[in-house]
Design a protein around this ligand. Structure first.
Ligand code: PMP
Length: 431
């Protein structure tokens, strides 16, 4: 089929009439579908059901040092949980603290601590006139909501397949002392699915921040979330803590991880990996905040997996469920939009999202059209700080939660919405 941009007004009008007919037929189905949030489906949750069985009243509820996990104590996590989470995030167990059920919560706390008490003895951010964060875009909406909550000025940094624009990152970080952080999802990023290249990680490790309290917020939420078994079809990310240590910058990074998309989101375990100096700072705050996190959940996870090889095997089972869903969406996009030149999308090799870019100025209208047809998408703009996509073009597609049957319908309705809004854009430009 001809690209829309090459069609005459008559051709576009004929296309519009045909699409509207199809759209009315979809609307008549009264769909109620959701492609908005990156949640595992029920079948994926079922993979971890035995987590509920590994501990019962007859289990030995002690950690390996003999601490009774039912009681208070062991603030930074039981040793075997540190080993498991250390293996998951490729760091030494002693370089991490195990937290509660959510890494987003740890990120919020880290910003809150910096805001109220300062980073490792530096001036608390609340006492500064201006604090800025760099935000690779498109990015994760909940990151941006944390920094917005603390009135931190957010600066868009364009993302490419190799990571954020590092010339811009270096320019800001190395020259502006108000820049205190950067949000990064370095592997199978939310929403692009891109993984930072070795050169990008190296440039991060060699930053020379103007601010002593600048930190990289390295949210490795999708570290082991490959879609393909073949190592040649998996992305590889250089481990940042070691890279920073080797670059003589050991304190520059906070690395966050969790088992949310491994076992149960909301009931997993989260961890922070960082230098000893940073961990000590975090621990001083945590000591006031809690007497300890849920050690039984740590124990449950350790007993369920046993070792890292089993966790990788578990992730292969997730991949077997979600890979066909990613492929279903990508194939439909390619088939239906491939020649029309009205959108571009990513084909990630892991993670939870596909990022779609429409023609400029169309994303909000597409999301509204899809909603009218009964398909909920992530709000257009959500992938940008303040919800403001300067091109109004990015839409995040989350294919994991619906069943394949629902996903097929939802994708078809989304594609129809993209076509309709794009035809209207070209017709309006001709008027
Ligand atoms: N970081 C990223 C990049 C995510 O996509 C998500 C979940 N959508 C989270 C963090 C949330 O993690 P948690 O459940 O550990 O708070």
């Amino acid at each position: 089929m001809k690209a829309y941009k090459d069609m005459s007004r008559e051709e576009l009008l004929a296309e519009k009439a045909k699409l509207e007919e199809e759209y009315e037929a979809v609307k008549a189905q009264k769909l109620q579908l959701d492609m908005s949030r990156g949640k595992p489906s029920k079948v994926q949750l079922d993979l971890s059901s035995n987590l509920m069985d590994v501990l019962d009243a007859n289990s030995l509820l002690m950690d390996e040092t003999g601490t009774d996990c039912r009681n208070y104590g062991v603030l930074t996590g039981i040793p075997e949980a540190k080993r498991l989470m250390g293996a998951m995030s490729e760091v030494n167990p002693e370089d991490m603290i195990i937290y509660g059920n959510s890494s987003l919560n740890v990120m919020f706390d880290t910003v809150a601590r910096s805001y109220s008490h300062g980073v490792c003895g530096c001036t608390p951010w609340c006492k500064l006139d201006k604090v800025k964060f760099l935000c690779p875009v498109p990015g994760y909406d909940r990151h941006f909501r944390i920094t917005e909550f603390f009135n931190i000025e957010m600066i868009n940094i364009p993302m490419s397949e190799t990571g954020p624009d590092m010339d811009m990152v270096e320019e800001y970080v190395n020259n502006d002392p108000a820049v205190k952080g950067i949000w990064c999802v370095p592997k199978y990023a939310n929403p692009t699915g891109y993984t930072y290249s070795a050169e990008t990680v190296d440039r991060f490790a060699h930053l020379k921040p103007a601010a002593e309290d600048f930190r990289i917020y390295w949210d490795n939420a999708y570290s082991i979330h490959h879609l393909y078994d073949d190592p040649d079809q998996q992305d590889f990310l250089v481990e940042i803590l070691a890279a920073c240590r080797e670059a003589g910058n050991p304190d520059i990074v906070f690395k966050f991880i969790s088992t949310s998309k491994v076992t149960f989101p909301g009931s997993g375990i989260a961890a922070l990996a960082a230098s000893q100096k940073n961990l000590k700072d975090a621990q001083a705050y945590m000591t006031v905040q809690t007497i300890g996190h849920d050690k039984l959940n740590q124990l449950r996870h350790v007993r369920f997996f046993g070792n890292m090889a089993n966790m990788h095997e578990h992730m292969r089972r997730h991949a077997a469920i979600i890979r066909p869903k990613f492929e279903l969406v990508e194939n439909a996009l390619e088939e239906q939009l491939g020649e029309l030149e009205i959108g571009r999308w990513t084909c990630p090799r892991g993670g939870y999202f596909i990022s779609f870019d429409s023609l400029d100025g169309c994303a909000k209208a597409i999301v509204a059209k899809a909603a009218e047809a009964g398909v909920k998408m992530t709000d257009a703009g959500a992938t940008y700080p303040y919800g403001k996509d300067p091109h109004d073009s990015n839409i995040r597609i989350a294919p994991t939660f619906p069943s394949s049957k629902q996903l097929k319908k939802a994708t078809a309705a989304f594609i129809l919405s993209v076509k309709l809004v794009s035809v209207d854009k070209y017709l309006a430009e001709m008027a």
